[in-house]
Design a protein around this ligand. Structure first.
Ligand SMILES: [Fe+2]
Length: 652
């Protein structure tokens, strides 16, 4: 939880920035309280901040005066008036390029509290914009976000029609998911980089001032500075390596950035820069950026999601593009090695969901087309490409060739020869859609949902540029094109993890019974502020012993500290009561161990017996279980904590 102390400190910092701006621009600035301020404020958009307690607001101003964002809990407003306690955050910014006119401003709102409805406005005293509203939700735990492919306003040649489709998709998707927490861009906000009429149409949905937009730069955005003027992003590296021409101060937009939102590390790349021959750092710079960011911040998150525009595994016009074959060679092994869970992409104006890809090849030959549950192994990554969110343009699905079924190849899927080897699902119905991602404790649920039908607004179809192959019956607005549940691999330090030896005939061995999912203890119950308690069960363990020696064996386990980023509490507070679920192999349950909360002992923080068998026991198998009881002091900070249970076996 952020305290008021933090907020005060941030206000002081912001004020310094405000004064700095005044110095930089010389004399003649309007004072913040000046009634003469008549700046016209436009293009206001709410953007994502560095974490869930922040937002970044960006806008245009006709005048070059000092401006702020003012924020207050909506409950504190009286008749629409902001209270004296409203907090202001000074804006920074610069002059826009000539074709845009005016100036840009952005300010970072910090110190937000969870479960709060806020109102905000931009401008200066005496000249505020209308008030807009957003809400925060729980800063821990499950959440949903929505992903939108290529609105590319203006692409159909009819900005009004493109806007209508875009507004409708945002309306449909947020109406169906009012508690979605982020709206994530697949890039190509507009067709023509610096055309402000297209930007105005893109900014039309009122939800872009209510839900934080996660900007992504596309090939249609990159050719001018309007993208950077409109969409300020957190933690952004704007060095030359992340500009395709290597020139941050030139005429292009660019930059890579990252943020953490509720245990998800998002990394957003400017995929326009892919080769050093263009002048920038190319893919090597992106790989280094992702590597550095995961190393520095991966431990603060439970999921890693990458976002960039140019899909490397797509099904349509761009599937065989030379630049994408380069990215498809440069990226996948690094992403596998870094434990990336999900990659979100655009550019090909069609929907696809990849098979589990490891090091640039299909990871599991047995994964079936359209399989609804994917249990990824180490290095397994799912790549998703979103179709057009606006209906401004669709690309038809193209046919595989003979260039191979790994790496840069575009060969056919042996299980589904009309499809590319890398895609589990490909879809093009020429209707608008969006992608919903449910982030859960132990899974990501990714769904592609229709937000339109053949009917207007559907600009590319209305204007005869695409046929429409959607059938409204059975495929209405809100229906599902594709849905997959991604079950992650449980790597070191993430989840309860075990090392599993293989039990061979005539040997002693043990394994986890079924899928080794997260042992989820749920939300701990508060007992009058004295302590929190939660319960669960370990994933059952199967022991098999077919040795002739009939020698003793034992299974034991201990747990490390429970951690959530920098917050931690001891594994000693975890206790268990072992039992034998299915008798065999002479298995006898070990004794219960209490929580350190009750006996000031060591709980499961040291290795404790689960079960054992004496010399001379029967051959066979046994299934072992244990009830887990967690009891922790009432002063442990709120968080979503995880620990690793390490299981060891002894046999003589
Ligand atoms: Fe594109």
């Amino acid at each position: 939880m952020r305290t008021s102390l933090v907020r005060h400190r941030m206000v002081a910092t912001a004020t310094a920035a405000f004064l700095g701006l005044g110095v930089a621009l010389g004399s003649g600035l309007a004072s913040p309280a000046s009634a003469a301020d008549t700046a016209t404020l436009s293009g206001i958009i709410l953007g994502v901040g560095a974490n869930e307690s922040q937002r970044i607001v960006t806008w245009y101003s006709s005048a070059d005066n000092a401006q702020q964002v003012q924020v207050a809990p909506t409950a504190d407003l009286a008749n629409g008036e902001f209270p004296a306690s409203a907090v202001t955050f000074a804006a920074a910014g610069a002059a826009n390029i000539a074709t845009s006119g005016g100036f840009n401003r952005h300010a970072t709102v910090t110190g937000l509290k969870e479960h709060t409805a806020y109102s905000y406005r931009v401008g200066s005293e005496g000249n505020w914009s209308p008030a807009y509203a957003f809400k925060t939700q729980d800063f821990e735990g499950d959440y949903d976000f929505l992903f939108y492919g290529d609105p590319q306003i203006g692409s159909s040649g009819d900005v009004a029609r493109d806007q209508a489709g875009w507004v409708d998709t945002v309306n449909v998707s947020t109406a169906a998911n009012p508690n979605a927490e982020l709206l994530v861009s697949g890039g190509d906000q507009v067709e023509t980089a610096n055309t402000e009429t297209q930007w105005n149409a893109f900014l039309a949905p009122e939800q872009l001032r209510q839900y934080p937009w996660v900007a992504t730069i596309g090939n249609h955005d990159v050719g001018g500075k309007a993208y950077e003027q409109h969409l300020y992003t957190p933690n952004t590296d704007r060095s030359g390596a992340f500009y395709s021409n290597g020139q941050p101060n030139g005429t292009q937009s660019g930059g890579d950035y990252w943020f953490i939102y509720k245990d998800t590390l998002f990394i957003d790349l400017n995929s326009n820069s892919y080769a050093t021959s263009q002048g920038g750092g190319g893919d090597a710079a992106h790989v280094q950026y992702v590597t550095d960011t995961v190393k520095a911040h991966g431990g603060e998150a439970k999921w890693t999601v990458l976002v960039y525009h140019h899909s490397i595994y797509s099904p349509a016009d761009h599937a065989k593009d030379g630049d994408n074959k380069i990215r498809r060679t440069d990226f996948p092994t690094a992403f596998s090695n870094l434990g990336v869970d999900l990659v979100l992409q655009g550019h090909d104006h069609s929907y696809s969901r990849s098979y589990e890809i490891k090091n640039g090849a299909k990871a599991n030959p047995d994964e079936k087309p359209g399989q609804g549950d994917v249990f990824t192994g180490p290095g397994g990554v799912i790549y998703v490409t979103a179709n057009s969110a606006s209906g401004s343009k669709y690309y038809d699905i193209t046919a595989p060739d003979n260039s191979g079924t790994s790496g840069a190849g575009n060969g056919a899927d042996p299980q589904n020869p009309s499809s590319y080897w890398y895609n589990s699902v490909q879809n093009q119905e020429h209707v608008r859609s969006y992608v919903k991602v449910e982030v859960r404790n132990d899974k990501l649920v990714v769904a592609n949902l229709r937000s339109g039908t053949c009917a207007a607004p559907n600009a590319a179809v209305e204007l005869g540029k695409s046929p429409c192959s959607n059938t409204a019956e059975g495929q209405p607005v809100g229906s599902i094109v594709d849905k997959v549940t991604v079950h992650p691999y449980h790597a070191d330090g993430q989840d309860i993890q075990v090392d599993v030896p293989t039990a061979a005939p005539g040997e002693f061995g043990w394994t986890i019974d079924g899928y080794n999912g997260l042992v989820d203890l749920g939300t701990a119950a508060d007992h009058n502020g004295d302590f929190y308690a939660a319960t669960g069960k370990i994933n059952p363990i199967v022991v098999s012993d077919s040795r002739r020696s009939l020698a003793p064996w034992s299974i034991s386990a201990g747990v490390g500290d429970f951690k959530d980023a920098s917050k931690t509490f001891s594994g000693a507070y975890l206790s268990w009561s072992p039992y034998v679920l299915t008798a065999g192999a002479g298995a006898q349950a070990s004794g219960a161990v209490p929580s350190a909360y009750d006996d000031h002992g060591e709980g499961l923080s040291v290795s404790r017996g689960l079960a054992w068998a004496d010399q001379g026991h029967a051959r066979g198998t046994a299934k072992l279980g244990a009830d887990l009881d967690l009891k922790i002091p009432g002063d442990v900070d709120k968080g979503s904590y995880r620990a690793t249970l390490t299981i060891t076996a002894l046999s003589s």
